[in-house]
Structure formats: C-alpha cells, structure tokens
Write a protein of this length. Structure first.
Length: 329
C-alpha cells in the first residue's frame, strides 16, 4: 500500500489565500507561539506539540517542540486530515488506523503512535492549519484533552490575527518593517534556498509631496505597492521599509530571474496612471542583492541592497542595479 494525501477540498484556493493573508510562512520563531506550545505540553503532558500551517504542498511548523523539524510534505501530514473538518482529529493508536498505519511518520522516525489535532480556523471560516499534540506511545485522549486543545487553538488564531495587525503597514497593506525583518531573518537562516533582496525607492518622492500634496504622495505609495504585489510569485514577500522605500524578498530565484522581475516592476510602475500627480510620471530605482556566500548577516544583506540602490540613484534613477558590479541590470 502506498500512502497518499487526501484530495483537496473545493475551497482549497480560498483556504490557501487565507493562509497567505497571515504572511507567516517561513518566518522566524516567535516567543508568543513558542510559549503557547510549551503551555500545551505542560498541561496535556504531551511529548510533541506543534502549530502547523498547511501550504499547497507542505505543512510548515510555526512552532514545534519534541521533534527537530521545520516542515514535512503535505502528503504525509496528519494535519492535512485535520483541516478538512471542523471537528478535532483523534488518533489513539496510529498503527490501528488504516489512514496512518503505513505513514512514514509512523513507520519511520519519529515513530508517531498517537495524535490529537484541532483546526486553526480563521475568522472568515477557513482551516489554515492545526494545533496538535503527538507521542510515540498509544494514548486514549479524553474529551477534556480535546476541550483544552480547542481553547489553546483559539489562542493561537488570536495571536496570528494580532501578529497580522502589528506586521502590516496601514497605508499600503504590505508588511511593516518589523514583519519584513522577521522574514529576512528566516530566509538568512535557511540559506539552502536561493533568495534575493530588492530595495525599492520612489524617485523624487519629496518633490511629489511638495508639488501635489501628501494625498498624492500616499496615492503614489499605494500604486507602487499594488504594482509590486501583483508581480510577486507565491511565497515572495513585500514590505514598506520606511518612508518611500519598499523591500521585496524573493525566494528560490536566480540572479538573472531576480533582475528580470525587478525590471518588470520598474516598467509597470512607470506605465501606471496616477491622476493625483498627472501629468508627472512615477518611477522607481531598485537595488538588488542576492543572498550568496559573502553575505555575513541580515544587516549586511540589507546594506548590500541599499548600496546597489544608492548606485541606481547616482546613475540617474529609474533603473535596477545589482550589488557588487554597479552595472545596470
């Protein structure tokens, strides 16, 4: 028998959009979530506790204790079953459950024998993941266990909502600087993935504010944010870094592809129509820094992108410059 994942629901596209809305995938550990799973572990006496988010093809752990893991394929995730129902998933003995008896997580390390999971339901009704407890011995979970885990699951969702507000820029709807820096820290830790950082600055923004007023400046910021958001691929992140400056984190991308994407952004911004500043044409300058061997820290990565951005400004604006060579991309 080959273990395969269950079919996705009809609402899968909307559910994945709900996951994306939280801007939490591939972010660094946060004490608020770590504290919750530690409480669950203490209260329920569970050796393994996890906050799991279900992406299109993987389950990713925002917090986990008892096992050293950051993600697993969705095809073998117990939590993929949990999200398909509003009810908890109770598995007292995995070896006696036909759905899981041949699951690699059961037959191979960590050798799971019991599982209890409660869906993490967003306010708009989508199960984005689960809060779950697991162990390497069979266990008869009680109704009280389920009720306790449900209460903690509500706390996890509340924390995700609070995090979303605090990590979001109110004007543009992009990530805040704090939210973006969390994503950069996580990307730096996982250097096996090819990542690149774009620092984007609106050209002559002060002149726009002085000439047309701050409402026109706000409209320009929103236009740039919207254009860049529309160009992003799944998993990429954009944030307002400060003032008229944005930063874009690109994952699993080559240097050439990152340059091409940056130039498409630049061209699309310039092609846009912003009534508030007509007949002026809005342009952006972009500095690009790949996450490669010489990058020593997140701060160093940002400095490299900033240096390339500064060179783009010196070269005459409205262009993309790659770090190190100071040549227009």
């Amino acid at each position: 028998m080959t273990f395969t994942s269950r079919l996705k629901t009809d609402d899968e596209t909307a559910r994945l959009a709900a996951v994306t809305r939280y801007q939490i995938l591939d972010t660094a550990p946060e004490v608020e979530f770590d504290d919750i799973i530690q409480l669950v572990k203490d209260v329920l006496g569970a050796p393994i506790v996890a906050i799991s988010l279900i992406d299109s093809d993987r389950q990713w752990f925002k917090a986990i204790t008892g096992v050293d893991a950051t993600e697993t394929p969705r095809a073998i995730a117990f939590c993929d079953h949990t999200i398909r129902s509003p009810d908890p998933l109770v598995v007292n003995d995995t070896t006696r459950d036909h759905r899981f008896a041949e699951n690699p997580l059961v037959t191979e390390p960590p050798g799971l024998r019991c599982y209890l999971g409660v869906p993490l339901q967003s306010p708009d009704g989508y199960n984005v993941g689960s809060l779950c407890v697991m162990g390497q011995e069979a266990r008869s979970f009680t109704e009280k266990d389920v009720d306790v885990l449900r209460s903690f699951a509500k706390l996890v969702v509340s924390q995700m909502e609070l995090r979303l507000v605090s990590h979001k820029d109110a004007l543009t709807g992009t990530l805040s600087r704090a939210g973006l820096e969390s994503c950069l820290a996580s990307a730096f830790e996982r250097r096996d993935r090819k990542s690149a950082l774009l620092m984007v600055d609106i050209d002559l923004f002060k002149r726009i504010n002085d000439t047309f007023g701050h409402q026109a400046g706000d409209a320009s910021l929103c236009h740039v944010a919207r254009v860049m958001q529309d160009s992003l691929r799944k998993g990429d992140q954009i944030g307002r870094y400060g003032g008229e400056e944005f930063a874009i984190l690109l994952h699993d991308i080559s240097e050439h592809e990152a340059c091409a994407l940056a130039n498409r952004n630049r061209e699309n911004v310039a092609a846009g129509n912003i009534p508030e500043i007509a007949p002026e044409r809005l342009t952006i300058s972009v500095g690009l820094a790949p996450l490669d061997g010489p990058v020593a820290s997140v701060e160093d990565w940002i400095k490299r992108a900033d240096k390339a951005l500064y060179q783009a400004k010196l070269n005459g604006r409205d262009q993309v410059v790659l770090h190190c060579d100071s040549v227009v991309a």
